[in-house]
Design a protein. Structure first.
Length: 198
């Protein structure tokens, strides 16, 4: 991730697991770390999120197979939430929608990727899911500990990872346009951002 004068671009791939409807805190935390966030929704996730609200927050349309506008190259990827189907299809190289195509390309060329698995509790210990998380780790994907669907903000660890990427790349941390926090304060550290995302 070379240093750049423009904000670094984060492609946020959104799966259809339950916390997808609560992504605002994660997006805001990434923006306050200096990232330009572009949402890429799986076909099922588009029915879970509020695409208009996401577009207002990121200042970019939500990208899907049906709606693909200009998508700048990414310095890094986050996959949140990554449910059972998304993890398994990604690990087996399925390439039949925009989200998977982008993830396969990112994995192939070695871009930084952090994934936040949120499986249905009944499927969390399924051998294929467990093995595929390990496969993704073997490929260099940073996989956080699987979260419960009831966790409305399971991306605390991912915020810390993205903060480290920001520092490692020596990117200018200039917060992009995001709503002010109550009282006008902005988080000042990765831990603050992670706590706020809860």
């Amino acid at each position: 991730m070379p240093a750049t004068s423009r904000p670094p671009v984060l492609h946020l791939v959104v799966g259809a697991a339950e916390p997808a409807a609560q992504l605002r805190s994660f997006i805001t935390a990434c923006q306050q770390l200096g990232w330009e966030v572009h949402l890429v929704a799986t076909p099922d996730a588009f029915d879970v999120i509020d695409p208009d609200a996401a577009a207002d927050l990121t200042h970019h349309p939500v990208h899907t197979d049906e709606q693909v506008t200009e998508l700048p190259p990414a310095e890094a990827y986050a996959v949140a939430p990554a449910g059972f189907d998304l993890v398994n299809r990604w690990a087996y190289g399925f390439n039949d929608n925009l989200a998977l195509r982008l993830l396969n390309e990112a994995t192939s060329i070695g871009l930084p990727v952090v994934a936040v698995p949120v499986p249905d509790p009944a499927l969390a210990r399924h051998p294929a899911f467990v093995e595929n998380l390990e496969r993704l780790r073997h490929w260099g994907v940073l996989v956080t500990a699987p979260a419960e669907p009831a966790d409305r903000a399971p991306w605390r660890a991912a915020v810390r990872v993205i903060a480290e990427w920001t520092r490692f790349a020596r990117m200018p941390v200039q917060p992009t346009a995001v709503p002010e926090q109550p009282g006008g304060d902005r988080p000042r550290s990765a831990d603050d951002l992670a706590l706020q995302s809860g």
